[in-house]
Design a protein around this ligand. Structure first.
Ligand code: ADP
Ligand code: MG
Length: 262
């Protein structure tokens, strides 16, 4: 029996008219685990998340979550299975306040429909969601931004808002795509603390090319290059792996803790 949180990606191949973006990729995320996925630009990291979420159809392979096949399921079904993601961009609604953006994330909650049709008054439910969203914003240290519009806020705050919105769905698995890009050094350390908090309730897969961040927060790291897994292991093993260093040649910012990538 698969445990909650178990994501299994098996032998996935994705081609875009001749270009092999993913070449027989396999990986797993166990319950309670934080798995980091690193690799140079174009390695296939975002494509991997897109396949998991059903945005991109693989040519071959299989993906299951808690034993259930995911391929071919519409995205809203995935969300109901407990999988949430943040996009490489921000994906926030500019005409909604921060609080409203986060409240909207609850629509993706597995129990949302049941609560809606279960006779609970919508006023009461809305009040409760607003309260929960407010609590999430406090936990993420951005309560003061609740009534602001996303575009008026620093990028680092907007990133937290997008994470808060994903968490409103109460996922059991959260996929974060480039959460550290565009963040200052200080915001990156705050992000590491945030991940430590989130992992109390959800497994995480984190794509980023900030190697320092990923090795700090992950239990296991998978390295992609040209659509292939070129290494996987503990953060220590990955840091010591000569193949990984080679894959990053020509990207010296990574070795010193990526600072400028936006
Ligand atoms: N929708 C698409 N159509 C065509 N090529 C794509 C598409 N999405 C990604 N690619 C290509 O697939 C490769 C992997 O891209 P991506 O997964 O975005 O890499 P990463 O997130 O690791 O930077 C790149 O060469 C990219 O140009
Ligand atoms: Mg990407």
């Amino acid at each position: 029996m698969a445990r909650p949180g178990d994501l299994k990606v098996e032998d996935i191949t994705v081609r875009f008219s001749g270009l092999t973006a993913l070449d027989r990729i396999s990986l797993a995320v166990e319950a309670g685990e934080v798995v980091g996925i690193i690799g140079p630009n174009g390695a296939g990291k975002t494509t991997l998340f897109n396949v998991i979420c059903g945005f991109v159809r693989p040519e071959s392979g299989q993906i299951t979550y808690r034993g259930q096949p995911l391929l071919g399921l519409p995205t809203h079904r995935l969300i109901r299975l407990g999988i949430a993601r943040t996009l490489q961009g921000l994906g926030l609604w500019p005409s909604l306040t921060v609080l409203e953006n986060v409240v909207a994330g609850a629509a993706r909650r597995p129990s949302f429909g049941a609560a809606l049709f279960g006779g609970r008054s919508s006023m009461r439910m809305e009040r409760q969601l607003v309260q929960e969203a407010g609590e999430l914003l406090s936990e993420l240290g951005i309560a003061q931004a609740a009534s602001a519009y996303p575009r008026s806020l620093p990028y680092g705050v907007q990133k937290r808002v997008s994470i808060a919105r994903a968490l409103m769905a109460r996922p059991s698995l959260l996929l974060l795509d480039e959460p550290a890009s565009g963040l200052s050094q200080r915001e990156v350390s705050e992000l590491a603390q945030l991940v430590a908090g989130v992992r109390q309730t959800a497994a995480l897969a984190i794509v980023d090319h900030n190697v320092d961040l990923v090795t700090e927060v992950s239990d296991r790291v998978v390295v992609l290059n040209f659509g292939r897994v070129i290494a996987s292991g503990t953060p220590q093993e990955i840091r010591a792996d000569p193949n990984v260093a080679e894959a990053y040649l020509g990207e010296p910012a990574v070795a010193q803790g990526d600072s400028g990538d936006a």
